[in-house]
Design a protein around this ligand. Structure first.
Ligand SMILES: NC(=O)c1ccc[n+]([C@@H]2O[C@H](COP(=O)([O-])OP(=O)(O)OC[C@H]3O[C@@H](n4cnc5c(N)ncnc54)[C@H](O)[C@@H]3O)[C@@H](O)[C@H]2O)c1
Ligand SMILES: [Zn+2]
Length: 366
């Protein structure tokens, strides 16, 4: 049996790492893609200072959960006005990095609907125009800085697409916990839980292997040990740094496995019930953990390591962890009836991500 692990993203990690942006870029001309509040937070000025005349344009219209409708004008103006730019710098959370991943691949027409129809049809797409991406996360959660995926929402049609091309790996991730000190609790919590979900999802995954597991276990232990303390001390750089590392490790784990059942369920919870991604993909974790313990010795050993040797109590411990952070763990708490929940789980098990769940067969038989 051999295992494969591949991740081409160069990583720079640590306090003040953003200061290395100029060295990473050389003299390439860049467009920065960021969120509207970045200017008031002083982040745009910081990049202007770092980049000088290499900065061609700042696109600051990124909205949370990038949607096809909002992305259209951004995409088309990028390829009309900045086609000669030599790289994109994404500064922000998963929404900014995912937006940049959409922008980085140019359709022949320069129109977004050409790309969307590829996503809708599940067809292959080999872009002739690609801009290298430098990803600078300002949240600790999505891991998008080290994955090739972008979530593209289409709320008008109640759907969610996943952009995933060979070309959409970032070239470099610059992970600087200083940039996360301004994150409000309302984002620190869900983004941190998103990282926990990525870690566990990469373990109960058909694509798991001992290499991805190493990152996943470290990530899960890191989130469990750090997030409650960070919620009470948001200005603590050491805790921000530990969370940033855990989220990065979770990203490295699921960059090779993809996600599984909890994420498959989450997309429906977000589209139908408006749940933030990080809550939607984490409130089911104790339930899923309870179902998988005892099915596979190797995975049990990993869960045991994550939960300090207390395997049988692990689902309860995880519930208590989430509840203590104010996150309810039953579908009913989100206004979802037992019948709707059962239907949602059934459909999630059959979805693309659900098929990555290693225990799908055992679940259906129960
Ligand atoms: N590509 C992937 O692999 C992947 C994985 C998981 C989630 N996602 C996607 O990522 C998105 C969620 O990303 P997220 O959780 O990072 O949040 P986000 O990027 O949506 O940001 C949430 C909010 O936080 C603000 N913000 C970000 N950084 C800040 C900072 N340093 N200080 C103050 N405010 C700040 C933003 O303006 C925004 O309002 C969802 O669309 C989700 O589907 C993608
Ligand atoms: Zn996620």
């Amino acid at each position: 049996m051999t295992y494969q692990y591949h991740n081409p993203v160069a990583i720079r990690f640590g306090s003040q790492a953003v200061g290395e942006l100029r060295a990473v870029l050389g003299d390439r001309r860049v467009v920065v893609v960021t969120f509207p509040e970045a200017r008031d937070l002083g982040l745009v000025a910081r990049l202007q200072e770092l980049l000088g005349s290499s900065l061609a344009h700042v696109e600051e219209r990124v909205q949370p959960n990038p949607d096809v409708q909002e992305l259209t004008s951004m995409y088309e103006s990028f390829w009309r006005e900045h086609a000669s730019t030599e790289a994109i710098v994404a500064l922000g959370g998963g929404s900014a990095i995912d937006t940049a991943k959409v922008l980085m691949v140019g359709t022949d027409s320069g129109r977004l609907d050409e790309l969307v129809s590829v996503l809708e049809g599940g067809r292959s797409f080999a872009p002739k125009r690609v801009k290298p991406l430098i990803a600078i996360p300002t949240t600790a959660g999505t891991g998008s800085e080290v994955t090739p995926w972008a979530t593209v929402w289409d709320r008008a049609s109640g759907r969610k697409h996943s952009l995933h091309l060979r070309e959409t790996w970032p070239e470099t991730a610059i992970v600087d916990p200083d940039l996360m000190l301004t994150l409000p609790p309302s984002v620190t919590l869900p983004s941190g839980l998103d990282a926990l979900s990525h870690a566990l999802e990469s373990i109960w995954n058909v694509n798991a292997n001992p290499i991805s597991d190493t990152f996943a276990v470290a990530a899960a232990r890191g989130v469990l040990a750090t997030l409650p303390a960070l919620m009470t001390e948001p200005q603590n750089l050491e805790l921000r740094s530990a969370m940033a590392l855990a989220a990065l490790q979770a990203g490295l784990a699921f960059s090779n496995t993809k996600t599984a059942l909890a994420h498959s369920i989450s997309y429906e919870m977000t589209l139908r019930h408006g749940l933030t991604h990080g809550i939607a993909c984490s409130f089911t974790l104790p339930m899923i953990l309870g179902r998988v313990i005892g099915l596979d010795t190797r995975r049990d050993a990993l869960f045991s390591t994550i939960f300090d040797g207390q395997l049988s109590d692990a689902p309860n411990r995880l519930s208590r962890f989430l509840n203590s952070l104010g996150v309810a763990t039953d579908f009913g708490d989100y206004g979802v009836s037992g019948e709707e929940a059962a239907q949602m789980i059934r459909s999630a098990l059959g979805g693309v991500r659900g098929k990555n769940f290693f225990a799908a067969g055992a679940w259906k038989e129960r």
